[in-house]
Write a new protein. Sequence first.
Length: 97
Amino acid sequence: MLTGKQKRFLRSKAHNLDPIFQVGKGGVNENMIKQMNEALEVRELIKISILQNCEDDRDTVAGALIEGTKAELVQIIGKMVVLYKESKEHKEIRLPI
């Protein structure tokens, strides 16, 4: 579980990131979750864009992504979701205590 200070730190890191995944009409599926897990292992922090044609609302999409990837929710702002998951082999981000 992330503290408020850690979330602020991660939000500042995510500010300059471009979204590397898009959730569209098909919603969240197993293949997408698998790819996100691989990206989280390498990057630790990812930004996901929810497209206009997505049938689910942003909270439902974020919940499905968190459940599937076992990542921590950093932020939902507009149609963007930011997730963090500590990497086992490529740890780069040092969270404040």
